[in-house]
Design a protein around this ligand. Structure first.
Ligand code: ATP
Ligand code: MG
Ligand code: MG
Ligand code: MG
Length: 562
């Protein structure tokens, strides 16, 4: 491409709101432009890098037999009401009405849509398993959109969904997905870890997040320094506090807890916990879980409670009140706004609250209802919220370290949550109707792009890994007003194009200093400069990442580049 007629606006200064490098450089180098808070356009070179990441994701999905499809971004509210998520998803779900006042969600995720399709179209075990995916913009009204592409309100996601006839079959699909994700992030050149997700409150083994290690990450992971063990601790503040006092903060809070009588008391109490960064809280009476309140992903945690621990989830208030609480941002980061008059109605509620261990005591969490075989793991992960750096790793290998991570992918065994509520069944080999077993798997494609920049930059700009870079070669003519330079540069441009090399040609009539600065910002792996030695047929080649420089005979340029 010739740069002179391309929309690549570069900036000398960092945009005022850009706190982190990926945000600064992607804007300054003309990859993206903000349209509104958390909403971005990808300019031509931005679209190219996004496509590179997309292609890697697509290839790895197709390799494991997942098939690409496209679902609408407009999702009728009826579907979301079938699963209860119209209420429980809360204010993160963007909602709109059509001219007839019918309600729609702007797709934040597509479990409901895909389940509605599959329940109509798939009838027999012979058709299973089925895995489909799409790469599409998602909409989430994030409380705090920030960090450029890392937390947007409209962002590109790859979402995949699997339908299996049994949990064993789901395990196989999950493993394939897990491996595909590892390949994707490896091919993107990322330093990442697959971590056990939600470990703080839930333990368990059937959800993993892929975390790019980065200081700007919003998650904290605990990992072993000598083994592959890693888990999302989601509890940094609590853990830090614990470290200071060496006493469990929850135990202390428990003793301060007054008698709970109304939902408002509960909410105030839980609200505090939630603001501290706790994702889920369970009350336990004897060895039954009676309530789970979560920040975000309620449905997901319900499934886990149900499947992993076989727990009964009983609401403490009437269904309507609970929905109101969950739907009004209860559990979000902001202040909890719960009407005084909401009363606890379940008989065991007061008992639950009096005996509440919040799932925790000095030893950590109790998961007495864990399904046989799994106790061991559950207990190990369950104690994570009290883990400190330097503790022995739960797998017995090495010691625990903390690191910050950016969640770029998430694989999840959903089980029957959606299929049960939406009545997605199939006939098994005995001709009996069975509920489908589902999984869902997301990759933040645009977030991954930003995560790559977080790991690949220097003080002057981006230093893309070759597979992600918008072009392989940045060709500069230092002074296009000089005929010999212009001629040689034009020639080289044609030669490189013919050789199938992706080349961006800076043919602008700009000062050399401007061209070099822009080139460093863009981060294209190889820079070829046609300058003073053009008459001798010599050009200068520079490696963007290492800074290595050499003079090369222009006639041998394609061999050199390849
Ligand atoms: P987070 O914890 O960061 O809010 P999430 O757990 O809500 O993410 P998922 O529902 O697991 O996100 O969605 C799948 C993937 O989509 C995530 O792993 C992440 O890479 C990406 N993603 C989620 N929210 C955003 C966002 N606001 N902007 C960009 N990417 C996002
Ligand atoms: Mg989220
Ligand atoms: Mg998350
Ligand atoms: Mg997630």
């Amino acid at each position: 491409m010739r740069q002179s007629h391309m929309l690549i606006p570069t900036l000398k200064e960092n945009p005022a709101d850009a706190e982190i490098k990926s945000h600064q450089f992607l804007v300054r180098a003309g990859y993206i432009r903000q349209i509104a808070s958390g909403i971005y356009s990808f300019l031509p070179i931005g679209r190219r890098v996004l496509s590179k990441v997309e292609s890697i994701v697509r290839e790895e999905m197709e390799k494991i037999g997942a098939h690409e499809m496209a679902m609408p971004a407009l999702e009728p509210s009826e579907l979301w009401k079938e699963t209860g998520r119209w209420t429980t998803f809360g204010s993160e779900l963007m909602r709109i009405n059509d001219r007839h006042q019918r309600e729609f969600a702007l797709g934040a995720t597509h479990e409901e849509v895909i389940t509605s399709i599959v329940r109509n179209e798939v009838k027999s075990y012979k058709q299973l398993p089925i895995t489909v995916f799409q790469i599409q913009n998602k909409f989430r009204d994030e409380a705090r959109p920030r960090f450029g592409l890392l937390r947007g309100r409209e962002f590109l996601m790859k979402d995949a969904y699997s339908f299996n006839e049994s949990y064993e079959s789901l395990d196989e699909t999950y493993q394939k997905m897990f491996d595909a994700y590892s390949n994707v992030f490896r091919r993107c050149g990322l330093n990442f870890r697959a971590v056990i997700a939600d470990s703080g409150a839930m333990g368990g083994k059937d959800t993993h997040e892929f975390m790019v290690l980065s200081e700007v990450g919003e998650d904290v992971i605990a990992y072993s320094d000598t083994s592959r063990y890693a888990a999302n601790i989601e509890m940094a503040p609590v853990a830090a506090e614990y470290k200071k006092t060496n006493e469990s903060p929850l135990t202390m809070k428990k003793t301060e807890t007054p008698d709970k009588k109304t939902m408002k008391d509960v909410a105030d109490y839980l609200g505090h916990e939630l603001r501290e960064g706790l994702k889920s809280i369970m009350f336990q009476v004897d060895d039954q879980f009676v309530m789970a309140v979560t920040r975000g992903d309620h449905e997901v945690n319900d499934v886990k409670l149900k499947n992993l621990y076989n727990a009964d989830i009983v609401e403490l208030a009437s269904e309507e009140d609970t929905k109101r609480l969950l739907g009004t941002g209860f559990g979000s980061l902001g202040p909890v706004d719960v009407p005084e008059e909401v009363e606890v109605v379940a008989d065991h509620a007061v008992e639950a609250l009096t005996n509440a261990s919040c799932g925790a005591n000095e030893e950590g969490y109790h998961y007495t209802n864990a399904t046989p075989g799994e106790d061991f793991q559950v207990h190990q992960y369950a104690d994570l919220r009290f883990i400190q750096e330097g503790d022995p790793s739960p797998d017995g290998q090495g010691v625990i370290k903390f690191a910050r991570g950016i969640e770029v992918g998430h694989v999840f065994k959903l089980g029957e949550f959606y299929s049960e509520r939406m009545n997605a069944t199939f006939l098994n080999d005995q001709g009996k109707a069975k509920t489908m077993i589902m999984g869902s798997y997301g990759i933040g494609v645009s977030r991954t792009l930003a995560a790559i920049v977080e790991q690949y930059h220097d003080e002057r700009g981006i230093t893309w890994p070759a597979k992600i870079a918008p072009y392989q070669v940045h060709l500069l003519s230092m002074n296009p007003k000089k005929e010999d330079q212009k001629e040689l540069a034009d020639d080289l441009y044609e030669t490189l194009l013919e050789a199938g090399i992706e080349v961006l040609y800076d043919d602008r009539k700009e000062r050399a200093g401007v061209k070099f600065a822009d080139s460093d910002l863009f981060g294209i792996p190889l820079r070829i400069t046609v300058g003073k030695r053009a008459a001798e047929g010599m050009v200068e080649v520079k490696d963007r990442a290492t800074g290595e420089q050499s003079d090369v005979e222009s006639s041998g340029i394609t061999e050199y580049v390849n």
